[in-house]
Design a protein around this ligand. Structure first.
Ligand code: FAD
Ligand code: SIN
Length: 535
């Protein structure tokens, strides 16, 4: 099943390896485990992905006055027409069933009498977000994990940093087939690199948010899956579409704390911190409930125009009990920082939040590479287009996690047993004596990405970023070839690869659409085209 250095090829393989234990990975694993033996690998802890951090909820048409057509339309409007309608329909029509399955798994969604309570977020024309107060992701992660831990066909292996996919090139009898047979992963405790092999491999590694200095995403969101798939030969698309959430807490003590969009959905207003002017109606008729790209750009404009550090998000006009009931965790967290959101506004700034682009997949979650599937935030499935609609992301994880499993199970007879593969080669590396290189490069990437590839772009700034990426590419590759791998080094390499893909994609798009806004091409060109990069 797994072999380390010097071992001979494995005589036994897993049926399926799932890389990632968030919403997408565990949904796929649970469905596959009906008949397959599944190994789930995760970097760090099993709850270290974005899933556990999700606040607002999951979008689904559950209200009598709501329709699939409206949810589809809202998704396409937010996505600035770049979405693939077929995918949007596929996901949205499967949303009510996905919520039912979560209820069956024991997710304690807030209720409203006999129905689920539905909150509202930007870009949605109806109340359609099911939630567990303001900590939906944690409840979902726990329910999925409980079910996976209890399943006899699932083996969970945390503390494994996957490095690269095993492909035909790693077979003992070299093949240029591009077929994926599993993954090389670093055991974070022992420092050994093991080859995990399987008939099918599913990437569910989340986004690349940490490529930016300010991000709501957890530390491990370094684009590992996207970079691994790219290196193995899969196409990626729309990587320039990085989403910035409008309201991340501005605090000198706490970094990366999200203030859910549901605060605006439940009546919160965005205001100039000195004059108290409510500015969103000046930018868009939907005011605070405009899609995220619009609201983030408006805040960015206020901050730059008036030289501000932050703007205010104010919900103190709502009754205190209403605020505490809807946002218990945020309320408590802010109280600890000396901010009482029932009485005063919250200082907020935009921060990177979601990676809309990723590994190109079809409706079965198939990538370009035989044997390799992908689901969730590491993919570009066509659902989000140029800007993700709030609370459509967890939904995508459930629908595509399931779609991947269905396709593998339906075609199981065609998945041949893996051949003998070569163990990880460490014969030419030594222990690093210059860890400072990793820290320095990591910080540098995140700063120039924030300053040059942020909410408002120009070609000149993108070219500056690309120039720096090219210089760092040589340095990081040389370091990688000479020194033994560590999680930090694996992440740095992937972060740089992700930055490269984002900037290359941004340079290719000669228009402003959704999240990609450039002063050099302020208009939209027709028809909408994906930015597809081919390795
Ligand atoms: P993740 O949950 O990020 O999981 C990734 C997994 O991959 C982890 O287990 C990680 O350890 C593993 N992994 C990564 N790299 C490696 C590697 N090299 N080797 C081994 N394992 C690896 N979306 C909504 O729809 N509604 C919301 O309310 C919402 N709120 C959010 C709030 C915050 C603060 C954030 C950051 C995001 C929010 N999102 C929300 C987005 C949503 O949470 C994510 O898009 C979604 O959870 C992604 O799930 P995933 O399964 O694709 O990846
Ligand atoms: C939020 O709660 O504002 C995040 C929702 C999302 O990212 O979809």
């Amino acid at each position: 099943m797994a072999v380390g250095q010097g071992d001979v090829a494995p005589s036994q393989a897993w049926d399926v390896i799932v890389i990632g234990s968030g919403a997408a990975g565990l949904t796929a694993a649970l469905a596959l485990a009906q008949t397959c033996r599944v190994l789930v690998l995760a970097k760090g802890s099993l709850t270290g992905g974005s899933t556990a951090w999700a606040q607002g909820g999951i979008a689904a048409v559950l209200d009598a006055g709501d329709t699939f057509e409206d949810h589809i339309e809202d998704t396409m409007v937010a996505g600035a027409g770049l979405n693939r309608r077929e995918t949007v329909e596929f996901v949205i029509e499967r949303a009510p069933r996905a919520i039912e399955r979560l209820v069956e798994l024991g997710v304690p969604f807030n209720a409203d009498g006999n129905s689920l309570h539905l909150t509202r977020e930007g870009g949605h024309s109806h109340r359609r977000i099911v939630h567990v107060a303001d900590a939906t992701g944690w409840a979902v992660q726990q329910a999925l994990l409980r079910a996976a831990e209890a399943h006899p066909n699932i083996t969970l292996l945390p503390g494994r940093s996957c490095i690269d996919l095993i492909t035909g090139r790693h077979e003992q009898r070299y093949s240029g087939s591009g077929r994926v047979w599993g993954v090389y992963a670093l055991d974070e405790e022992s420092g050994r690199v093991e080859a995990h092999v399987a008939r099918a491999t599913v990437l569910a590694t989340g986004g690349a948010g940490r490529v930016y200095q300010f991000s709501t995403a957890p530390r491990g969101a370094t684009g590992d899956g996207i970079a691994m798939a790219w290196r193995a030969g899969a196409r990626v698309s729309n990587m320039e579409m990085m989403q910035f959430h409008p309201t991340c807490l501005y605090s000198l003590e706490v970094k990366n704390f999200l203030i859910t969009e549901a605060v605006r959905g439940e009546g919160g207003h965005l205001k100039h911190p000195i004059t108290g002017h409510r500015f969103m109606p000046d930018y868009d008729e939907r005011a605070e409930l405009a899609p995220r790209d619009v609201v983030a750009r408006a805040i960015d404009d206020q901050i730059k125009r008036y030289g501000l550090d932050y703007v205010h998000l104010d919900i103190s006009h709502q009754p205190p009990e209403f605020v505490k009931e809807h946002f218990p965790n945020i309320h408590e967290k802010l109280l600890g920082l000396g901010i009482d959101m029932t009485k005063e506004p919250i200082p907020v700034v935009p921060a990177q939040h979601y990676t809309c682009g990723g590994v190109l997949v079809d409706l079965d979650g198939r990538t370009d590479l035989p044997g390799l599937y992908a689901a969730g935030e590491c993919t570009e499935s066509g659902l989000h287009g140029a800007n993700r609609l709030a609370s459509n992301s967890l939904l995508e994880c459930f629908v595509f996690g399931d779609a991947v499993a269905t396709h593998i199970l339906d075609n199981w007879a065609r998945f041949e047993a893996p051949p003998a593969v070569r163990p990880w080669d460490e014969s030419r590396v030594t222990d690093s004596d210059e860890e400072v290189v990793i820290k320095q490069n990591w910080g540098e990437i995140r700063r120039f990405m924030w300053n040059y590839v942020g909410i408002v772009r120009t070609t000149k700034r993108l070219e500056r970023a690309m120039h720096r990426i090219q210089m760092l590419n040589g340095e990081v590759e040389e370091y990688y070839r000479h020194f033994r791998v560590s999680t930090d080094l694996i992440e740095l390499r992937n972060l740089l690869q992700s930055a490269d893909l984002i900037v290359a994609s941004a340079l290719k798009r000669h228009e402003s659409r959704g999240l990609h806004y450039t002063l050099d091409y302020p208009g939209m060109t027709a028809p909408p085209l994906d930015t597809v990069l081919v390795p």
